[in-house]
Design a binder for this molecule. Structure first.
Ligand code: NAD
Length: 514
């Protein structure tokens, strides 16, 4: 196994960048061995307030710097991310227990999002002339004013790419960011941030805090001008309540119970390969992972056989090379959660088709990719998000039955359709209740499309990241109207213009102008 490019000295120098005035730290373990990887400083509510105050000052100059300067810094950061790819891959793997391939998806996504926002911000956010209320009497322009300081809260599972997907558009739009990193992903975030600082981003413009949600998370959401939250639906509801009380905007990227529809015309081998990756990439600890597979009875036998063979033959590991197919769970808490869901399902009569056991011989939190059948509504895995290692397989007799079953969920984050016919896939996609839908892929088509919005419907969230929508979150549209001709101010003035005004309205209607 290759030695990591990262060292304890590097970890210490990165964690020095956390805004924390005290000396308290918490030990963060690596999933590959369960041993302590580094000590992460704890921020306090006061540290958060200081970081927000400094960010507020820095933001004024950053907003005035304009699109060209911001683009220059972000493009340089993009190049540094590519130069430092090996280090970033190592950090992502060491913190999350992912395979190198799945870490590569994260690093690629972070670079791609950075390039997209650097190159797109001006096109999406420059001021525009709009139709004036009274033609000739005034002009109307909309300009987009950065909201100020955005608070970004990210979970541990895709720390690097999720940070980039929220922080970079905020910076490109002229905002500052104070980010609360989850303990398990902090190193990746700090290394990402360091590339931006080395590219010329003022330090205060992107501050990272870490610590308990009850203190640090709450202090952050109390202070900032906009909240970008990624995490569970339960926490998302609390954030939404607070944002509502404070009347600040929020984008909420929440949980899912994502369905894959395997239609009757698939190549079973190919479909099994797609399903295995969709369910167990990052060991299923991805918001857009598949947890429910609806397979048409006509292909169920060969599909299931191929899926089980593929999973049984998969290589598990977290070595810093491309040797493993699937990695580790990220924390001991994740292992507990998965085992609780599995025990509940087995006690109520579910059957294990593949996997079902821990693999402590590889590492403390490794678990076999597990597929269940015979899952019924009384089991937790049926409707609750498991968020790792377990998928359920259901047989259906028609496309319509698959669609109805897929939509019968409180969630609506991601869905996928496997079929030989792209046209049929698109038709089925039209009926699915999800914010992103992938045809003949599990999630990577939409996740990687950084020019297209990503987010959930129903209990999977509000708002969108990526694409123009992801940038527009961070600005207030401000309408500026400039008077050219005087408008009526007295009864006599109105008497003079009433006829011409009504005539103008009729002419506009006749020529169908809005
Ligand atoms: P979580 O909600 O427990 O925590 C997420 C983050 O929010 C953490 O950093 C946590 O410290 C912080 N937090 C918790 N309570 C808070 C509060 N009251 N105020 C401010 N911050 C608070 O989620 P988790 O278990 O760490 O992450 C897994 C969940 O995230 C899953 O449900 C998964 O589907 C979801 N997720 C969604 C997306 C998406 O894009 N939709 C992406 C990744 C993960």
């Amino acid at each position: 196994m290759r030695a990591p490019t990262a060292s304890p000295e590097l970890f210490a120098s990165l964690t020095d960048d956390v805004v924390a005035s005290g000396s308290e730290t918490v030990a963060v373990a690596t999933p590959s061995t369960g041993e302590t990887l580094h000590e992460l400083p704890r921020s306090s509510a006061d540290d958060v307030r200081d970081a927000v105050a400094r960010a507020r000052l820095a933001q004024l100059a950053w907003a005035r710097a304009g699109f060209a300067e911001r683009r220059r810094v972000l493009l340089r950061a993009h190049d540094l991310l590519l130069d430092r790819a090996d280090l970033l891959l190592d950090l992502v793997q060491l913190e999350s227990g992912k395979t190198r391939g799945q870490a590569l998806e994260e690093v690629y996504q972070a670079a791609s999002v950075t390039r997209y926002n650097a190159l797109s911000a001006r096109r999406v956010l420059r001021g525009r002339t709009r139709r004036a209320g009274v033609p000739l009497a005034s002009t109307t322009r909309v300009r987009y004013r950065p909201k100020g300081v955005a608070g970004v809260i990210t979970p541990w599972n895709y720390a690097l790419s999720l940070a980039a997907m929220d922080v970079v558009p905020a910076l490109a739009a002229g905002c500052a960011v104070v980010q609360k990193a989850d303990d398990q992903g902090a190193l990746s975030i700090l290394a990402l941030r360091r590339a931006f600082i080395d590219a010329g981003l003022p330090e205060a413009l992107w501050a990272v805090v870490a610590g308990p949600a009850s203190e640090v998370g709450e202090a952050l959401t109390d202070q900032v001008d906009y909240i970008c939250f990624t995490g569970s639906t339960a926490t998302g509801r609390k954030i939404a309540e607070k944002a509502g009380r404070r009347l600040v905007g929020a984008s909420l990227e929440l949980g899912g119970k994502n369905a894959m529809l395997v239609l009757d015309d698939v190549d079973p081998e190919q479909a099994a390969a797609d399903a295995a990756y969709a369910c167990f990439s990052a060991m299923g600890q991805l918001c857009v992972s598949t947890e429910r597979i609806y397979v048409h009875r006509a292909v169920a036998a060969p599909f299931t056989k191929a899926l089980v063979e593929r999973l049984d033959g998969a290589t598990l590991g977290s070595s810093l090379d491309y040797g493993a197919d699937f990695g580790s769970l990220a924390t001991a808490a994740q292992l507990e959660r998965i085992e609780a869901h599995l025990d509940d399902a087995l006690a109520k009569g579910a059957t294990v088709l593949a996997g079902g056991r821990p693999r402590t011989d590889i590492g403390p939190w490794f678990f076999q990719p597990t597929v269940l059948t015979g899952v019924t509504p009384d089991m937790r895995v049926y409707a609750e998000e498991t968020f790792g290692a377990v998928a359920s397989l259901f047989l259906v007799d028609s496309e319509e039955e698959a669609i109805l079953a897929a939509n019968a969920s409180e969630y609506g984050l991601n869905a996928s359709v496997l079929t030989r016919s792209r046209r049929r896939g698109r038709r089925v996609a039209d009926s699915l209740e999800a914010g992103s839908i992938n045809i003949n892929e599990g999630y990577r088509g939409t996740f990687g499309s950084v020019d297209a919005p990503m987010g959930g419907v129903k209990a999977s969230g509000l708002g969108r990241r990526n694409g123009p929508e992801g940038l527009l979150r961070f600005v207030e549209p401000v309408t500026v109207s400039t008077g050219i001709l005087p408008l009526p101010r007295s009864g006599r003035d109105f008497g003079l213009v009433a006829g011409p005004f009504l005539l103008l309205a009729r002419v506009l209607r006749a020529i169908r102008r809005r």
